[in-house]
Ligand binder design. Structure first.
Ligand code: CP
Length: 297
């Protein structure tokens, strides 16, 4: 069965097909019943990804197994491959995995017949979050060409930034970045601009959480200092274009990346993104179960 690991190899056509299927799912069209066993293995904390996958699986009629890594045999030295092979041997057809190791799936993908859905790998990729973000933009603007998306914050340590930048460019959007110089990522080869220019220019202001758990050192930022320098303050939000929207993949920190007052303000689509997690993940799960040939990574 095909995996969903990165969006690198997905064509624009395949992405549009998936977004259109998520729109149809949202409208309640042709929801299949797929009574397979699906396991969710989260080796890093999660609220949105974990629970929206579980809701999506249950809406598709799947039998859901939630793997508790702290009481599993991984604590006794079992490898991730052997854990998955064990689950596969007892009939699990699909595994949603979040893991701190970037690219954990490279050693697994050709050795398992179950489908692996990447729920986030270290600083690597987060394909379903990117599909959610694209879906949210698509619902709002109906297109990607001609839009400017600003990604602001801790670019270097963000798997969402990496996945979004690559995919949005492929879909025809212009991506600009802003953030502290120590968290810039040269390999993404995208223009860095000042925070005010990013906010003034963007159709989509996409804020990123400071990934303190991935920082080697405490760094120079207090919450207040960061908010003043790179946060979306109420004053800065006045610079936004009239139809521009605010996004954040979550979890967000009120008063750090974004002012408390803006989280649920009119231009914010933050909880719409969370809502979109279910139809997008239903579309992804259905795709993985019904696609015969692995045409994408
Ligand atoms: N956006 C996201 O991945 O959120 P969680 O860490 O809560 O799953």
């Amino acid at each position: 069965m095909p995996h969903v690991l990165e969006l690198t190899d997905w064509t624009c056509e395949a992405i549009y097909q998936l977004l259109d299927r998520a729109l149809a799912i949202e409208a309640g069209k042709d929801i299949p019943n797929m009574p397979i066993f699906a396991a969710n293995l989260f080796f890093e904390p999660s609220t949105r990804t974990r629970f929206s996958f579980e809701v999506a699986e249950k809406k598709l009629g799947m039998h859901v197994l939630n793997f508790a890594s702290d009481v599993s045999s991984t604590k006794k030295g079992e490898t991730l491959y052997d854990t998955l092979k064990t689950l596969e041997s007892i009939g699990v057809k699909m595994a949603v995995i979040r893991h701190p190791q970037e690219g954990y799936y490279h050693d697994l993908k050709d050795r398992l017949s179950m489908s692996i859905i990447n729920g986030g790998d270290g600083t690597g990729h987060h394909p379903t979050q990117t599909l959610i973000d694209l879906f949210t933009i698509y619902q709002e603007f109906g297109r990607f060409e001609g839009l400017t998306v600003a990604m602001i914050g801790d670019i270097r340590h963000s798997r969402v930034a990496r996945s979004n930048i690559q995919t949005l460019r492929k879909m025809g959007a212009r991506v600009i970045l802003s953030g502290p110089p120590e968290w810039q990522e040269d390999s993404l080869a995208t223009d860095y601009v000042s925070i005010d220019e990013a906010i003034q220019t963007a159709d989509v202001v996409n804020l990123l959480r400071i990934q303190t758990e991935r920082h080697a050192e405490a760094g120079r930022w207090t919450k207040e200092h960061y908010h003043k320098a790179y946060g979306l303050t109420e004053k800065r939000a006045q610079l936004m274009k009239p139809k521009a929207i605010i996004m954040h993949p979550g979890p967000f920190n009120r008063g750090v990346e974004i002012s408390d007052a803006l989280v649920e303000a009119k231009p914010s689509r933050i909880f719409q993104q969370v809502h979109n997690g279910v139809p997008i993940r239903m579309a992804v799960l259905e795709w993985a179960l019904t696609t015969e040939k692995a045409v994408m990574s």
